[in-house]
Design a binder for this molecule. Structure first.
Ligand code: ZN
Length: 410
């Protein structure tokens, strides 16, 4: 009796010692990727994850995140805080012109884009906002969403010979030339691309010629089907920006019954697909013409039930001059606030952006490996200079740890 107790006790003691000795090798360990005192890249400050817990959840808690999302891209994970407080501006533009209402001058649009960049705002797409995916926003930047309704004057203009609306487009070896004062040209010059695309959505309606150009083509009348230059522009936007639905006829939802409105949404979507020459790749959102007050349960159901080519909407936008909630808040994805941008409210827009309780992005870039080694570089992992980079050695998986010094990976 006595002997076997001692035997058990020593076995237990051995087990504890062994666990301590091998803790690092059998557990998940986060290493900070930073420069050492000789200014050489190194793995420092190991954090050993207690066994039996999810390493990302544990790590997010040690970072003090309220809520979080993990987006994995092969062996690289983007651990992003999902803020529960703060505001996201979702800006709604219309025309580019000198008119006071629902129009902004091209110079002010240039100024706005430069101002946003200089003040650490980062353009996320309406999709990313609705999917609460801010994984591409570098630490310290403030997410903002932008788009333009109506496909109206100044949105996307090619240079023409003669009249701007009806005249033939000037081409250079077949390629049209952009009017430098149009929204598309200004965005291409003053906004950053993300994976080849500028995060700006054009919500197109078909109550007038989309983008207000015919390129010498005879005006077919509403809903303006089969105009070659419209197809050229829709395809361009689907590849380089994002497209959204603004219905076929641009009618206020409460001026008809919910099913009729859903039919308007579907018809607008089908026209976009027809022009895209198949399912338009980026169409997943709707901007309610004139906004929506209130979104009734019947209308909500009718809109969420719309499906074209097996695809449904992921959300819809109001036009109520408010800033939108943060990604960690409860929100109705089909009644999201947008802020009006025009010449009349220009000063108010800048004041609102200056004093907004903006969400400030926080993320950690985590590279998962099975053995202790250095990544090629922080940039190879998609990290910006403000992001913290960590290497997570998955000791709980296939164990290949070695005692060698860390070596840069091929
Ligand atoms: Zn509109």
């Amino acid at each position: 009796m006595q002997r076997s107790s001692i035997g058990l006790a020593s076995a237990a003691l051995f087990f504890i010692l062994a666990s301590l000795l091998f803790a690092e090798e059998s557990s998940n360990v986060f290493w900070r990727y930073a420069n050492d005192r000789y200014n050489q890249p190194a793995l420092i400050d190991p954090l050993i994850v207690p066994s039996g817990v999810d390493p990302y959840d544990w790590f997010a808690e040690t970072q003090g995140f309220d809520a979080w999302e993990v987006h994995k891209n092969n062996e690289v994970a983007f651990l992003t805080e999902k803020s529960v407080t703060g505001e996201i501006p979702i800006l709604c533009l219309h025309k580019l012109s000198r008119e006071e209402d629902y129009a902004l001058t091209p110079d002010r649009f240039r100024y706005l884009l430069d101002y946003l960049r200089e003040n650490n705002w980062y353009l996320v797409s309406d999709h990313q906002y609705l999917e609460r995916d801010f994984s591409r926003v570098p630490t310290g930047m403030k997410p903002i969403v932008m788009g333009s309704d109506d496909a109206s004057h100044g949105n996307f203009v090619f240079q023409t010979k003669g009249d701007l609306i009806t005249g033939p487009v000037k081409r250079f070896f077949g390629s049209p030339r952009l009017d430098r004062d149009s929204m598309v040209a200004i965005l291409e010059k003053h906004a950053e691309r993300e994976e080849g695309r500028i995060n700006f959505t054009f919500y197109v309606s078909f109550d007038a010629i989309p983008f207000r150009q015919l390129d010498d083509y005879e005006n077919p009348g509403a809903p303006y089907r089969g105009v070659p230059i419209i197809a050229e522009k829709i395809r361009y936007l689907d590849n380089n920006f994002l497209l959204g639905i603004h219905t076929r006829s641009h009618i206020y939802a409460h001026d008809m019954n919910p099913n009729e409105f859903a039919q308007e949404v579907r018809a607008g979507w089908e026209l976009l697909n027809e022009y895209a020459g198949g399912q338009a790749e980026t169409v997943r959102t709707l901007a309610f013409p004139f906004g929506i007050r209130p979104l009734t349960p019947e209308l909500r159901r009718a809109v969420t039930d719309v499906s074209v080519g097996g695809v449904s909407l992921i959300g819809a936008f109001d036009f109520d001059n408010k800033l939108a909630p943060p990604p960690g808040a409860e929100l109705d994805l089909f009644d999201v606030s947008r802020f009006n941008v025009d010449n009349r409210n220009w000063e108010r827009l800048l004041r609102t952006l200056d004093k907004a309780d903006a969400v400030v992005a926080r993320r950690d870039i985590i590279w998962e490996t099975d053995i202790k080694k250095l990544p090629k570089s922080r940039y190879s992992l998609g990290a910006s200079s403000s992001d913290e980079v960590w290497v997570l050695i998955r000791g709980d998986r296939e164990h290949l740890a070695s005692d060698e010094q860390p070596v840069p990976s091929g």
